[in-house]
Design a protein around this ligand. Structure first.
Ligand code: UDX
Ligand code: ADP
Length: 464
């Protein structure tokens, strides 16, 4: 087993940042350099004001406060980071392709490939290269191809080490992971590399939770885990539509089935639809991979998870329109929440974006309040869809810093994110300032329906 003294992580994002912060915290003897080409991001990570870190995660700033400058460093000098490292994590983004073959489904590996070529170009000795981003199966092989065909003559051992942290609970997930998965070759050098990476984790993770597999199993396990989780949400959301047509209550159903120990209680919360950077991307990726092997039925099976999710978001928006006498034209709809889940400022694939887009088709005015998402992000998200002119979006959508201002004189209030603070608002005060009938659309089933109804609101839930 090699002794690791220096780790470099390429990509200072939602995965690289928190993961490396914890590795540095638990391995004070290892110097960890996080490098990124995005200068603003690195400057934010280095800001003395820890409230300006580019990522909001409960507990993150405390870890950064302890480790930054001690054995955790952030820099834009990617070459230097690569040269100094014994082990390199690749943690760059792998978005769904927006062009060419596999458009809308396959993962875009261009950032990974650029990293591999850069490593091949600047490395001056052997390295262990760890793929940390969510990647489609076979990425390790592509990395290996590029690195082994480089003219450097050095040995690059490639490992797959998928990250299972969820945003909003990243620090807890990293400190106490259900398992750590390390995939690599079964050759002597491959085994040595796997043991070397295992030792980094064993600084705080019990040995029996660190699994070693071959590369394919590791890569495909990540896609499978996310596909199963997304499927659970689509399954309960499918039931929510049926509940709304009958007298059944989806939360009661979730509780009843969750008590079956074979099913279990987690990930059964019906919602306006799942978002986030992983679920949709990974399921689409799985669909693409299945299709590319001619497995049409497998591809169609998983694709339904995405279709049901799209249906759920559309259904929510349509219900707002329906309950507003079939028109939201020039009406003000207040959005409570824009992030894809609570306790994060991440908005990637958030259901709020699609619900807003649908309401914009119907000429609604939208006023957004989210405790953590900056205003410009809301505009960027809507403009990215290219369904409405940027000018029109800025005219029709406004972002405010106060929930009472957002809801003032609104024709309807929609809860898109399950932020805890929404539950403790003065709903009687809000009632007095909204237009009547006062409609609340609770896309997360978090508000106290009975209390709000007593105040005078009509409360529309998911699956009730
Ligand atoms: C997910 C996986 O959980 C994690 O293991 C992987 O590494 C990355 O993808 P993340 O996207 O950060 O993590 O958050 P997660 O908590 O899984 O939530 C994803 C979406 O599903 C959110 O929009 C959330 O609101 C929604 N969700 C989750 C539900 O609608 N109902 C649930 O019961 C759980
Ligand atoms: P994730 O959720 O997977 O962490 P993010 O988009 O939050 O994804 O972070 C990925 C980071 O990787 C971004 O900050 C981006 O600037 C960085 N990145 C992408 N390509 C490169 C590269 N070739 N070299 C260095 N950093 C890169």
């Amino acid at each position: 087993m090699k002794e690791i003294k220096n780790i470099c992580c390429i990509g200072a994002g939602y995965v690289g940042g928190p993961t490396m912060a914890i590795i540095a915290l638990k391995n004070p003897g290892i110097k960890v350099n996080i490098v990124d080409i995005n200068e603003k991001r690195i400057a934010d990570w280095n800001d003395t004001d820890l409230d300006k870190l580019p990522i909001y995660e409960p507990g993150l700033k405390e870890v950064v406060a302890e480790t930054r400058g001690r054995n955790l460093f952030f820099s834009t000098d990617v070459d230097q980071g690569i040269q100094d490292a014994d082990m390199i994590f690749i943690s760059v983004n792998t978005p769904t392709k927006t062009y060419g073959k596999g458009k809308g489904q396959a993962a875009d590996l261009k950032y990974i490939e650029l990293c591999a070529r850069q490593i091949a170009r600047v490395a001056k000795r052997d390295k262990i290269v760890v793929e940390k981003s969510t990647l489609p199966v076979r990425t390790a092989e592509a990395l290996k191809d590029i690195l082994s065909n480089s003219e450097s003559g050095f040995n690059f051992e490639i490992l797959s080490n998928p990250e299972f942290l969820a945003e909003g609970t990243a620090i807890d997930d990293l400190l106490d992971p259900d398992r750590v998965l390390i995939g690599g070759d079964d050759t002597p050098t491959g085994k040595e590399a796997k043991n070397t990476l295992s030792a980094v984790y064993e600084a705080w993770v019990p040995k029996d939770r660190v699994l070693q597999t071959n590369v394919w199993s590791s890569e495909l396990s990540k896609l499978t885990a996310n596909a199963f989780l997304a499927q659970r949400i689509s399954s309960i959301n499918a039931m929510s539509a049926l509940c709304e047509e009958t007298e059944a209550d989806v939360d009661e159903i979730a509780k009843a089935i969750g008590m079956d120990s074979r099913i279990g209680p987690k990930f059964l919360k019906s919602s306006v639809g799942f978002g986030g950077s992983c679920f949709q991307k990974d399921v689409l990726n799985l669909v693409y991979i299945a299709k590319s092997y001619g497995l049409t039925e497998v591809a169609e099976y998983w694709n339904q998870v995405i279709e049901l999710n799209d249906y759920q978001k559309r259904r929510f928006a349509d219900n707002i329109i329906k309950k507003s006498y079939n028109t939201v034209n020039d009406k003000k709809i207040a959005f409570l929440g824009w992030a894809f889940k609570k306790d994060t400022n991440d908005t990637r694939e958030s259901a709020a974006i699609y619900v807003a887009d649908h309401l914009l088709d119907e000429n609604a005015h939208i006023v957004v309040y989210d405790p953590k998402v900056p205003a410009e992000q809301v505009y960027t998200d809507l403009e990215y869809l290219k369904n409405h002119d940027p000018e029109e979006i800025r005219k029709r959508v406004s972002i405010v810093n106060d929930p009472y201002e957002a809801t003032n004189e609104a024709h309807g209030i929609a809860v898109l994110t399950e932020w805890d603070e929404f539950k403790s608002y003065d709903w009687a005060k809000i009632y007095s300032s909204v237009l009547k009938p006062a409609n609340v659309f609770d896309g997360r089933n978090i508000l106290n329906k009975k209390a709000l109804e007593e105040v005078g609101f009509n409360v529309y839930n998911i699956g009730k």
